[in-house]
Every structure is written in structure tokens, then in C-alpha cells.
Design a protein around this ligand. Structure first.
Ligand code: BTN
Length: 288
């Protein structure tokens, strides 16, 4: 029988208790170090332990560091020890196949709310899954499915929490909550403070539990409306889209499945999975 990652984990009873009333209560597995919480949970979701027990919906794999953290599009996810949030949640949704994008969007709404509440800073969501603070990426969500494990969906959250610095190649486009809290938006330094990672994790999972239940109960349209409220990218944003050779346009809401509509010179296009980036307005480019 293949080895189970969870045999190398400890149950985080304290966090499990803080999550009382959610689908994650008592189901938190903590790893000191792991290759990728998403890869591990995807693999374990398909396997039973020696007693024939499989992982239930709501299982959480959380790690202090990842040695092979993964982002979207085969990018690596920078996962140094002790400063970031690296967490994956197992869902076994009873949702129409068309609503599965909704899970990623629900995760984005939940993470942005948790960041705003716990770190006290505004967090924008760049469709479909980037968490932006002060215009820079501070987190992302990777939703993966595996047809061989009975419809299990793994939702991975990576958030740069208490990083005091980032590798040079990330500094222009990424930040951490700690770094963002240390600056005013005009660049004047404030007294920086570490973020309470347990409070952030708890809030994130409580909000995600709420959004996931609401998605099942109220359906996709209500979630799409909440996502639009949370994201400056859904409407009226000048963007460049990295698919089908790349194109520019202005965002024009979400379609009924949650895909992004972009008005271009050649008509409206639907973004299925390409990276969406803001194009600087002319006034910003010339510094007025
Ligand atoms: C992205 O923005 O590209 C998504 C990043 C997702 C990173 C998280 S960290 C926890 C989980 N395990 C992984 O290997 N990836 C996700």
C-alpha cells in the first residue's frame, strides 16, 4: 500500500477546536515540512488508511514550509519556513460541474475577508485567484481535482504573511502582509507588526466554510455578486490577458459560470484560464 502523507503529520487539536462549527473542525493535519500540501492532499484523498478509513471532506493539510510548493501554470510557490501560510483543504462537493470555478472564487472572497479583518489592510482579488495588497500579489489559490479520487477537490491557499523580505525576482510584483503593513500607501514607513498566523488561518477557514455553504445553498449567482463586490478587476479595468496569444481590453463582468468577460476592439472575449494583468492608465504612466 502506498505510504500516506498524513502518517507524518500531527493533528493540530488547538486549531481544530478554534474551527468548531465548520467542516474543518478537528480535521487539521500539521506538517513541519512537506513537498506541497496540495500534492499531498490530492494523493491522500484517494487512499484509505490501514483501518480502511479515507479522508473526510474538510481535512486540512497545513505546513510550516514547503520544499516544492506549486502555483498556477506550473510556477513554483516560494514557501520559506515559519513566515507564510501554506494550507490545502479537501472538499467533496455535490455541485454541478459548471459551479466548480465557484469554489476558487469563494476561496478568494474568504481569503480577502480574512486578510482585511486580521491584518487590517484592504485586499483586492484579481480574477480568478490572486490576492493583491497595495497592487502587489500577497497570496494565491490553487484549486485542483483528480478524476481518480471520486470527485475530490483540493483548494490550496498560499499567503505571504510575515516575510520581512522577498527574493529579488519577486520584489516588483509581490509583497507580504507584514511588509504591506509597514508602509503607508505613499511609502512613508509605519511601525510594522507581525501578523498573528493562527488568527489569520482561523478567520480564513471560517470565512471559507461560510462561502462554501452559501455556494451550495444559494447557488453561483449570489457568489458571483459577492466576488464582484470584492474585486476591482471584474468591471471597467483595463487589462492584458495571457491566453490565445495575448490580448488587451476592458473587463465587463463575469458570465453565468464565473468566467471573466473582456471587451476588446474585436468584440467581447471570455477568459477561461489565462493570467489577467492590469494595464497602467496613461495618466499613471506619465506620472500625473
Ligand atoms: C497561485 O497564485 O499561483 C497559486 C498559489 C498557491 C500556493 C499554495 S501554498 C499551499 C498549496 N500547496 C501548493 O503547492 N500550492 C498551494
Amino acid at each position: 500500500m502506498a505510504a500516506l502523507y498524513r502518517e507524518c503529520a500531527v493533528i493540530d487539536a488547538a486549531l481544530g477546536k478554534l474551527l468548531k462549527g465548520t467542516i474543518f473542525a478537528g480535521r487539521v493535519y500539521r506538517f513541519a515540512s512537506i513537498d506541497s500540501t496540495n500534492s499531498a492532499l490530492l494523493q491522500d484523498a484517494a487512499l484509505k488508511d490501514a483501518a480502511g478509513v479515507g479522508l473526510p471532506e474538510g481535512a486540512i493539510y497545513i505546513a510550516d514550509q514547503q520544499t516544492a510548493g506549486r502555483g498556477r501554470g506550473k510556477h513554483a510557490w516560494h514557501s520559506p519556513p515559519g513566515v507564510g501560510l501554506y494550507l490545502s483543504a479537501l472538499l467533496r462537493p455535490h455541485l454541478p460541474a459548471n459551479d466548480v470555478l465557484g469554489i476558487t472564487l469563494a476561496a478568494g472572497v474568504a481569503a480577502a475577508e480574512a486578510i482585511t479583518q486580521v491584518a487590517g489592510i484592504e485586499c483586492d482579488v484579481r480574477w480568478p485567484n490572486d490576492l493583491l495588497v497595495q497592487g502587489k500579489k500577497t497570496g494565491g489559490i490553487l484549486t485542483e481535482m483528480n478524476s481518480s479520487n471520486g470527485g475530490a477537490v483540493v483548494v490550496g491557499f498560499g499567503i505571504n504573511v510575515n516575510h520581512a523580505s522577498l527574493p529579488p525576482e519577486l520584489q516588483e510584483t509581490a509583497t507580504s502582509l507584514f511588509l504591506a503593513r509597514g508602509l503607508l500607501s505613499d511609502g512613508v514607513p509605519l511601525k510594522a507588526a507581525r501578523i498573528d498566523a493562527t488568527a489569520l488561518t482561523t478567520a480564513l477557514l471560517q470565512f471559507f466554510d461560510r462561502e462554501y455553504r452559501r455556494l451550495a445553498q444559494e447557488g453561483l449567482p449570489a457568489l458571483l455578486a459577492r466576488f464582484e463586490q470584492r474585486s476591482s478587476y471584474v468591471r471597467g479595468k483595463r487589462v492584458i490577458v495571457g491566453e490565445e496569444g495575448g490580448y488587451e481590453g476592458i473587463t465587463d463582468g463575469l458570465d453565468e459560470r464565473g468566467f471573466l468577460r473582456v471587451k476588446t476592439a474585436d468584440g467581447t472575449r471570455i477568459v477561461l484560464s489565462g493570467a489577467v494583468r492590469a494595464l497602467k492608465q496613461e495618466s499613471e504612466e506619465i506620472g500625473t
